[in-house]
Design a protein around this ligand. Sequence first.
Ligand code: AMP
Ligand code: MG
Length: 658
Amino acid sequence: MLPVEEALAAVLSAAAGHATPRDVPLHDALGLVLAEDVCAPDPLPPFRASIKDGYAVVASDGPGEYPVITESRAGNDALGVVVRPGTVAYITTGGPIPDGADAVVQVEDTEQVPAAADGSKRVRILARAAEGQDIRNVGCDIEKDSIVLKSGEHIGPAEIGLLATVGVTTVKVYPRPTIAVFSTGDELVQPATATLCRGQIRDSNRAMLLAAAVQQRCKVVDLGIAEDTEESIKEHMDAALHSDADIILTSGGVSMGDRDLVKPCLSKMGKIHFEKIQMKPGKPLTFAEITTQDSSKPSQTVLAFGLPGNPVSCMVCFNVFVVPAIRLLSGWSNPHLRRVHVRLSHPLRADPHRTEFHRAVIRWVLNDGSGRPGYVAESTGHQASSRLLSMKSANALLEVPSAGQILAAGTSIQAIVISDIISSPSNELPPTSNPLPSQFSPSAKSVSTDVPQVATSQDAEVKVAILTVSDTVSSGAGPDRSGPRAVSVVNSSSEKLGGATVVATAVVPDEVDKIKGILVQWSDIDCVNLILTLGGTGFTPRDVTPEATKSVIEKEAPGLTFVMLQESLKITPFAMLSRATAGIRGSTLIINMPGNPNAVAECMEALLPALKHALKQIKGDKREKHPRHLPHSQAAPVDQWERSFRAASIGKGCSCEP
Ligand code: AMP
Ligand code: MG
């Protein structure tokens, strides 16, 4: 399986150099890329023009009453009239400055004077004008013969305006490619089919791909549905080649079934570059180049994408691979999709083997949970590759690296933007601006079922919340490595903890009030059973997690910190600098752990033998009287814990006991 970046590089290198410029009328150039430099044949403005409505004057005249000898409105007024000292000319914005005048006094700085007996107009100039005031000199906006647009520039409305300004009505551009589309599959029927027979589904991919191609401003050729036979696929492929398409898109028939015949067909007709990608969804994407062999015309190389049949995979591959190819063929110098950093509004589980393109809605909010503006991302829900609803309204693909971990809420991650980003209404707060992460809110139910322990968090037996305390993470200056690690440690020890589920994660800066606020919320309102704080337990002036914790706990639990310390000392003597505390508030156990991601796993390992028992006791479960009630297999470490703790309590210390 090819990594996504390598596959994309193969597509782009095949597409490079295929862009062919063509002349189009100005009104067809919008959205295209210019294939030539464009120069201005004349200056703008071509004459000295007034910036204001007012009076063209001789600046040295100064304030006073003057006869208005002419009127120069925009257009060809006042031709041949010279404004001599002691006279002025009425002028409007954009009007040509009459010869002789060297400044404009705006109307606001003048006063009407009754006309003279002979009817001639007069005006009182109230302000002194500097020479050149409110005059646009010849060429001050665009110099004659200057380059106004360069080859490679994208033509938007302003560029169309510039082209019109310099008199270009036919422009050399890279046209958008033509895309031929057909679906493959014996199960497929036309969308208009009212009643589906057994085994049939309506062909959604073709309509979707045609729409996607049109959205990319491509010309499209709809070639219908091919049967799952070599002949039918070949026939459709030939039709695509005859259609003068630059790109052929097929969907379906690239998986491992015996009727998946697109790959064999492509390999017979051209050169396959890759046929499996390390991505989810979209693994079977196949990409080939076919060179046309028609003797009647010059040969042409066509890019052929065998897109997966599952509609979501099909659409994700279109975005990730076909859109950049379209852009390159359209003359874009940077064909890559726009990427932004977003913060997750809920945890996501990363696939262990493949980069996942998780469909999401991203929004720009004034507080992305870090106290600063930024994008927040919310999953579109269950991410099955057949479930087109997960693609609906998605405006981004979260690029989830194949780490196999759970990424905590608040984690910063890259997102590929695939359509317009809608800003949230001003009165709507982002999920993460609330100290309570969104998995507690109703929208949390839409979290991917890839993370079932989150989706069902409300019913969890032992609800665990994880608080990363770090100025760095909270400010977005660094990634949260401990939070996701703690989530995966808890998940992998879920059973030993009595069915533990991480129901909330959050990141706060090293500030007592912020830490306290969330601890109280999680304990008193959300009734979380176990809170693990990560970080802020050391000696630096900003380390205040123990102080915040001590101020909210009602009973201390020094044994827990002792055991963690004992375990950590085996790894580093610096562990003695930990000031971690642990204790109980109501029915919530709060434990401070170090910020180091590895330490979380070590501390958890040390606590595991007794944590389940502790949590049951806190809940008031009377049957949970003594650790010896644990199954025999788990009893030994508890005994060891008891012996260690007793020895420590009576001051003998036994951290080196085997
Ligand atoms: P395939 O790759 O051909 O095995 O298809 C994988 C899945 O996608 C199957 O469940 C197909 O029924 C479905 N599928 C294939 N093509 C389409 C299509 N054009 N529209 C909707 N679903 C499709
Ligand atoms: Mg099929």
